[in-house]
Design a protein around this ligand. Sequence first.
Ligand SMILES: Nc1ncnc2c1ncn2[C@@H]1O[C@H](COP(=O)(O)OP(=O)(O)OP(=O)(O)O)[C@@H](O)[C@H]1O
Ligand SMILES: [Mg+2]
Length: 556
Amino acid sequence: MTPEEAAAGPASVVVFAPVEGDAAALRAMLEAEGVAVRACTDAAGFYASLDEQAWCAIVTEEGLDRCTLEALDASLRRQPAWSDLPLLTLAGPDLAKVDSRRFARLARIGNVTLVERPTAREVLLMSIRSALRTRRLQFAVRAQWQALERHASTLEAAVEERTASLEREIGERRRVERALAEARRLESLGRLTGGVAHDFNNILQVISGSETLLRMLLAKDGNERTARALDSIRRASGHGAALTQQLLAYARRQPLNNVPLDLSLYLYAAGEMLGTAAGAQIQLVVRINQALWPVSVDPAQLDAALLNITGNARDAMPAGGTLLLEARNLALPDPAWPEGEDLDGDYVCITLSDDGEGMSEDTARQAFEPFFTTKSVGKGTGLGLSQVHGFASQSHGLAFIRREQRGTTVGILLPRGAGEAQAAQAAASDLPVHSLAGARILCVEDDPVVAETMSSLLSMLDAEIVLVDSADAAIEADFDGIDLVLSDVMMPGSMDGIGLVHWLASRHSDLPVVLTSGYMVDPGRLEKLRVQFLRKPYTLAALAQAMSSALEQSVQ
Ligand SMILES: Nc1ncnc2c1ncn2[C@@H]1O[C@H](COP(=O)(O)OP(=O)(O)OP(=O)(O)O)[C@@H](O)[C@H]1O
Ligand SMILES: [Mg+2]
């Protein structure tokens, strides 16, 4: 038996023969053929039996007399598309009485065969077998039809699933592309601001160095107007230095002084500073998880970032409000923190939430850009959040803005650091001061104006100077009698300041080195070097301090 035959079940024939003898004779003949009989007693039963289970229908002319053509037509029309139920009609013996018009109409509505009676048993059997054979073929078509439908729906489901996954992929790709474009935009802005800040630091170095020199040279005059003018220069160059510091922070080109930090302790202390910065009208609420993981950050930069965020919160709540400082450990990615979905691993999250005026979507999108401000001229430079962003990225974390129902949350994610947090660092001023009088110093600086101010400052410290304009020239120098090397980092030529430090480590390993720059190509490169680092622009005191620390260290 084929699967189609199994699905069709045993053959059954519908019989509507109101004359008792006819029905019995047909039943006997069909059962002898192994065919089940569904006998009908009235027209309604006959119509209802013309279904998918029927293999064929046999109706005598007496049966037909009790049917209406319309009702029969309607029953046959209910058949599915694959079905064309064979209908055997057994006409009466007197052909003259047969309603030929009725048979013609019947033939139009269905698959009708007219068999005359009396008929030879064999003839009738052959007609029935032929009808059953036709029906078997129809059942085979039905089975294939159903298989096709199943395939079609499987295919449809597969297409739907693929379409949905394609849509997901496209959505994800768009998101990644947007993030990449945004990262590239911020990166190129960063390069630009970093470059500007670098040049400015050199200029500021000359201004502040010259101011120090002038002050010393004019000290004897005691002219008050001169002193006031010099004060203005100092204030302006200090302000300029602070601005370039913010720019460098955004550009992630800032020399970071990372130390392992116990954030819980640090933040409680920072809370006091932030409370003062926020002002009396704002209530600062501190909620810190006691067991925060240690992090390795530059505390001065973290201070600056928290102060920048607090300053913004204060401006967003002119009539007062609440500022909530929170910190918690986060294992990323965490669905509750979609801002960190691109990060993986342990992070500490510091957030400051205000209930102020909030940010528009546009403002939030641009707030991290340098010089983006909505504040009036003189009120904001638009560098506060740029520093926050740059500092967080440079610390291998990220900064984010969350627009709240009411107010704004600005957060910083910092990666969990290894090792124990340090309690405190020895302050630079605690170190013993080493005399520089008579020290012979090799100065490596490519900018002639900066070199000149540097030389003048060093002669103020009674040091002796050997000046070269590149690292390449420095390695050709005579190191006899040199006590210390003071070098810029970014210089033209085959080697930069860090390259020079490596060269010195292999040739003159005892020679103390002070590197000075307002700009780090890659702060990571500085990490393992035994050098003092001096941030430009520097004061005479800072220069003296750095050099004496370097000399002290080399003695140890
Ligand atoms: N907490 C906040 N609530 C509402 N708006 C804010 C908040 N923080 C920042 N902003 C918006 O983001 C802009 C950029 O902030 P950002 O700190 O970078 O610069 P600024 O505050 O304008 O100037 P600066 O901080 O350099 O003095 C702000 O001008 C302000 O429109
Ligand atoms: Mg600000």
